[in-house]
Design a protein around this ligand. Structure first.
Ligand code: AMP
Ligand code: ZN
Length: 464
């Protein structure tokens, strides 16, 4: 598989650290508000990445954090904790806000067929891990204590800007939201590992630490959660492009200083979804959420298809007009697939493998999802038998996850159900009720399940 690696700024052949299992880390949401559909573009494309790796035959161990503490309103360590802002806005506790919006995020993921990662960790549950890492960074001279806070000392690194071409001037731009520079920092690029002092003394969640009662900085959570769950050699780290600097840059600084060797090989970043006014924001009144799209009558999966039609490394402009276009295309696609009936045709293995390879080639070409969709349309147009078409549609949907066959009650790949039906048919045959036995076989056939009576008993094949 070829993937663009932000670290090398080139498209590289993906070679995992361990062929048996790929480790993948995703920066999770800051759960102080609903996710906007821009955030969800990143998660959709990360989902496509995970499913494409699986389509290539890899096992993937994926971990994601839920940020419920420490993400300040300015990336330069000077703003208020976003969680606290959410709690104040809604007159609730931070923990209530966190669990409510985590739940909403999970529901959005379900609606968009984004698989929930195997391991999901709330930032507030790993305080001991942060303390362990920060303590070692202090012992080894990579961190320092200054006026109540612990900072990472970026001057200790040969090259801090490993993901970007930032220079000091760009950095100033990167932190332009900051209210004022933090005079406790030795270097402009230093960042907070542990706060005991900030201008916002009403921080709700605080923990005891060797440096006083306080709370962790945002970046340390992803390093600690990833290292603990995925080990010291991470294959892929994902996020939206805004995470490149400073978040991921800081993650690399602290993780590699802590473990003493290179950490993550591939950095995968999704470009932003913008609206007509520019960057999406959660502070602009009614912002674009999945529920808003649903309330306007859109199927969330039409939005998923909207994302798949363009390349993840290109900025994408959202408009209702373009979503309308994709929505129509999506509905047509579903009805086209519904019109293909199961018949007696046998899946043509050569054609099947040929198209599967074409589809895989698109995915392996730095996740070219729009070309992958074109292969799907080619299958539907081609003069090939129905069961081959349906089998391919089902195979492609393992990655596209557009529910291309889900609402199609002809296809049921449910082992329990099939076994139960086979049992019923066996009983009918024993009772010499051949009419019932045949009707059960026909019913299954209509659902794409072909029974085969062998000397060892009845087996089945699901033709999707
Ligand atoms: P947050 O909840 O702010 O921590 O962001 C969650 C994820 O959404 C991160 O990976 C961000 O990089 C990503 N993200 C933020 N804004 C956008 C956007 N407009 N388009 C795509 N991804 C975004
Ligand atoms: Zn992160």
């Amino acid at each position: 598989m070829k993937l663009y690696n932000t670290k090398s700024r080139t498209i590289e052949e993906f070679i995992p650290h361990n062929n048996k299992e790929i480790t993948m880390y995703t920066c999770g949401p800051t759960v102080y508000h609903f996710a906007h559909i821009g955030n969800l573009r990143s998660y959709i494309m990360e989902d496509i990445l995970e499913k494409s790796l699986k389509f290539n035959g890899y096992n993937v161990k994926r971990c994601m954090n839920i940020t419920d503490v420490g993400h300040l309103s300015s990336d330069a360590d000077t703003g208020e904790d976003k969680m606290l802002m959410g709690a104040k806005r809604e007159h609730k506790s931070v923990l209530d806000i966190a669990s409510y919006y985590e739940d909403c995020f999970k529901k959005d993921c379900e609606k968009l067929n984004i698989a929930w990662p195997k391991i999901v960790v709330r930032a507030t549950s790993y305080i001991d891990e942060y303390i362990k890492i920060i303590s070692k960074l202090l012992d080894t001279g990579y961190a320092y204590f200054s006026n109540g806070n612990v900072y990472f000392d970026t001057s200790k690194l040969d090259n801090y800007y490993v993901l970007t071409n930032h220079n000091e001037d760009d950095l100033l731009e990167g932190v332009r939201d900051s209210v004022e520079a933090d005079s406790n920092k030795r270097n402009k690029t230093d960042f907070v590992l542990w706060f005991t002092k900030s201008k916002f003394d009403d921080q709700e969640l605080k923990w005891d630490s060797p440096w006083g009662v306080g709370y962790p900085g945002w970046h340390i959570e992803c390093s600690a959660i990833s290292l603990k769950n995925l080990g010291e050699y991470l294959d892929i780290h994902c996020g939206g492009v805004d995470n490149i600097f400073p978040h991921h840059t800081n993650e690399i600084a602290q993780s590699e200083s802590y473990i003493g060797h290179p950490w993550c090989k591939y950095w995968f970043h999704v470009e932003h979804l913008n609206d007509a006014s520019g960057k999406m924001s959660k502070s602009k009144g009614e912002f674009l959420t999945v529920s808003l799209l649903e309330s306007k009558g859109y199927n969330p999966l039409a939005y998923r298809m909207f994302c798949l039609q363009s390349h993840y490394r290109k900025q994408l402009l959202f408009s209702y007009d373009s979503l309308d276009g994709v929505s129509n295309a999506y509905n047509k696609l579903i009805s086209k697939i519904k019109s293909i009936s199961h018949d007696d045709s046998i899946v043509d293995e050569d054609i099947y493998l040929d198209y599967r390879n074409k589809f895989l080639e698109c995915l392996n070409d730095d996740l070219n999802t729009s070309n992958a969709l074109t292969v799907l349309y080619d299958v539907l147009k081609d003069d090939i038998n129905n069961n081959t078409k349906l089998a391919l549609v089902s195979e492609f949907d393992k990655v596209l996850s557009l529910d291309l066959l889900k609402n199609d009650d002809r296809v049921i790949d449910n082992e329990e159900y099939i076994k139960e039906m086979i049992e019923k048919r066996n009983t009918a045959k024993k009772n010499k009720d051949f009419a019932l036995a045949d009707s059960i076989r026909d019913e299954l056939k209509n659902k794409g399940i072909i029974l085969k009576d062998t000397r060892e008993g009845t087996t089945y094949e699901v033709i999707k």
